[in-house]
Design a binder for this molecule. Structure first.
Ligand code: DP6
Length: 346
């Protein structure tokens, strides 16, 4: 058998999202109730998910670890409607069926519907301008709301897997606090799910700096694919992540902000380096991002233990301890502190 035939057979046998849903809902399929409502927090990865081993199932190349953002997230209410088409409202505003957001949602809901449409109302407390991945809290809240609507009574592991099928980082948003998403090794992804870590660190602070709300030049989904497929530095990424995860887990255990900050900041900057090493190169940073990074490094030089992380966008998030709060806030104008310890409600 020649190579292209092998590739073709692999493709033909590859599992689809619907296979995974079938397996997880086995024996639980039933008619929907009147409606389901749920909240899920946004999350910031301290060790990033960047690159997939399976694009269809959103299976990651590596594990990742995040902090959920308390009451910042999405509350979603879903109900079956009479017509065949979905109707979607975001913060009270009806969205066009043609918008990329609604198309992605509709494709995801196709996995669950039996011929009818849904009315989906989502209210998001995530500041849009801060560049927080709304897909994470959005898909996690949607899955939790579907679980209510259909009365599946799935456990968190299964809900995390279903959320992953919508968006990889959503697998972590079905939990509060510090969360690790295990990469897993199976083709069906049944071992690729998130778990809440048994860590409480109320003194750790996370601050958001919204530097730009302009639309990104390229979405994170396409950017991570481009990096994996063309990035000269991507081969080094799995090993970098493995080391950072050890450091971050250790730092969380010992409540060591310097160790945590160093690993998280270095992890984020390395992720951006892998993007730059691809073709076409991808650079999300704006001049303000660079200025902020330099201000973080200057602050550390002057003895303020503050660290940063960045996702697929120009905005910067700061990590520090509550005891350094005033020293940090006076240096970084417009810093929005996140109450990661405060839970959101449905
Ligand atoms: C940089 O979860 O949005 O925020 O799985 O394609 O939906 P898809 O990607 P997505 O990517 C998030 C990338 C990141 C890092 C992270 O959250 O770990």
């Amino acid at each position: 058998m020649n190579v292209s035939r092998v590739a073709w057979r692999r493709k033909e046998c590859a599992l689809k999202k619907s296979d995974v849903v079938e397996e997880l809902l086995d024996g639980r399929r039933r008619a929907p109730g009147a409606s389901g409502t749920a909240f899920a927090p946004a999350n910031i990865a301290l060790c990033k998910y960047w690159g997939k081993r399976d694009d269809e199932l959103n299976l990651p190349m590596t594990s990742s670890l995040s902090l959920s953002l308390g009451a910042l997230g999405a509350t979603t209410e879903i109900a079956p409607c009479d017509g065949p088409a979905d109707r979607v409202w975001l913060n009270g505003e009806a969205l066009s069926g043609e918008s990329p957001f609604v198309r992605r949602l509709t494709a995801y809901l196709d996995l669950y519907r039996s011929g009818h449409g849904y009315d989906v109302h989502t209210v998001s407390t995530v500041p849009v301008a801060a560049g927080l991945a709304s897909s994470a809290s959005g898909f996690a809240a949607l899955v939790l709301a579907l679980n209510e609507l259909y009365g599946w009574e799935l456990d968190r592991k299964a809900l995390s897997i279903l959320a992953r099928l919508g968006s990889g980082s959503a697998s972590r948003s079905v939990f509060d606090g510090f969360v690790e998403w295990h990469a897993g090794a199976r083709d069906d992804g049944m071992d690729s799910y998130a778990e809440r870590l048994d860590v409480s660190w109320p003194e750790l602070r996370l601050g958001l700096l919204a530097l730009s709300s302009a639309e990104k030049p390229v979405g994170s989904r396409d950017a991570m694919k481009n990096t994996r497929d063309t990035g000269a530095l991507y081969a080094a990424w799995p090993e970098k992540v493995a080391g950072d995860l050890v450091e971050i887990r250790g730092a969380l255990r010992d409540k060591d902000v310097e160790r945590l900050g160093r690993a998280a900041e270095s992890n984020a900057l390395t992720m951006h380096a892998t993007m730059l090493s691809g073709w076409p190169p991808i650079l999300y940073w704006l001049p303000e991002s660079v200025q902020t990074l330099q201000a973080v490094w200057a602050a550390r030089k002057e003895g303020v233990p503050v660290y940063c992380t960045m996702d697929a966008g120009p905005n910067v998030k700061l990590l520090f301890l509550d005891e350094d709060r005033s020293r940090v806030t006076e240096r970084f104008e417009g810093l929005q502190l996140v109450e990661t310890n405060r839970k959101g409600s449905a």
